[in-house]
Unconditional design. Structure first.
Length: 111
């Protein structure tokens, strides 16, 4: 049952953009919760050059059935040419069962 839950890792150039995307995901019922971690430093290769940037990390908690629409919404709102949107599967019996129950109830499609 919990393996239907996903953590979606997203990076944005600013906390304001992350906040805007987070609210849009919550308002569209595509996420149960979003954590914002500001001030992350990224060092990466882009178009053959090593780049450095400060970014905000979004940790989005959702149901697997919403990942595709969530990704589409992020791509609509994100300022990057190729935004980082990575979905990670939660596995059975890992974590606080009460929290996972809440997350499952909040993130699954409502009848």
């Amino acid at each position: 049952m919990y393996n239907n839950l996903r953590i979606v890792y997203i990076t944005t150039p600013t906390k304001e953009e992350a906040r805007t995307i987070s609210k849009a995901l919550l308002e569209a019922d595509l996420a149960a919760c979003v954590n914002l971690l500001d001030g992350m430093e990224s060092i990466y290769k882009w178009k053959g050059k090593i780049e450095e940037a400060r970014e905000t990390v979004m940790i989005v908690k959702t149901h697997y059935s919403k990942v595709k629409l969530l990704t589409q919404k992020v791509l609509e709102l994100h300022s990057y040419e190729v935004p980082c949107v990575i979905s990670l599967t939660l596995t059975e019996n890992e974590g606080n069962p009460e929290y996972l129950d809440w997350l499952l109830q909040e993130s699954k499609d409502k009848p």
